[in-house]
Ligand binder design. Sequence first.
Ligand code: DGY
Length: 318
Amino acid sequence: MKFPVLLTYRIPSGPARALDEACDVERLDERPVTRERLMARLPGKLALICLLTERIDRAVLDAGRDLKVVANIAVGYDNIDVAAARERGIVVTNTPDVLTEATAECTWALILAAARRIPEGERLLRRGAWTGWALDFMLGTELAGKQLGIVGMGRIGRAVAARAPAFGMRVVYAEAGDHPAPQVDGAARVSLDELLVGSDVVSLHVPLTPETRHLIDRRALARMRRTAILVNTSRGPVVDEAALAWALEERLIAAAALDVYEREPAVHPALVALENVVLAPHMGSGTIETRTAMADLAVRNVLAVLNGRPPITPVPSP
Ligand code: DGY
């Protein structure tokens, strides 16, 4: 008999085939999946494969009373109540590692876009406002010789740091709170305050936890250099968007580049109105290779658990 599985969104054909071979898969191929529908379809399912946009809280887990595993197709798992899952004996898995390079590449795309004002220039050109080359036209800032401050030196933070020498940047890093972090060659660990005060680019790579929610608030933004650029490819609520809009309007920092938002897909209207912020629609891991690998890892986690083997990438205990 095949294992009954609920899949909330379509996945690439390779992992889909592997899943279909062993499982009887119900697909909720709709966006957004309503809570009611999710909860109505969960009873009887042994596994749930879900996206970061679906909130898997106590009520959803109660509806999934037969669940053995919840496999999130994301490295971040702040959408899942992991403690509640654990209480119910449900394994939770995520997709670390496979999206590290794609997210690091996207982070650099955002750093460069903000430093060199590429989206702002393109907007101007497309509206026909470009009057030709001029010595002082839309000047950006150079990265060479500057300091990159990485907040959260996990896998993605390290991959971003590894690319810094190519742009002639030195790297410092800090953790939120007292988190231990491995020694990283060529990068100095400093306090968060020192990082904010001394960095030309501040890039955020922490998970969303109660400790990191609004880690970058008015006070933190006021500590940054007036010439600094803030980049966020982690989770939206790590930055207080209203405070960021204020800091950008007041020119307390020079620019920002965001891939994630506090209330996705909504973006704070004050940010949308500003020229000095690059706004990307949560696409850090968005390459064909990476999204396929993420779905593949989620499927392999489900198959492992349903076949009585340990999960490949369980999320750590809360
Ligand atoms: C993740 O996996 O957590 C990313 O945000 C997806 O892009």
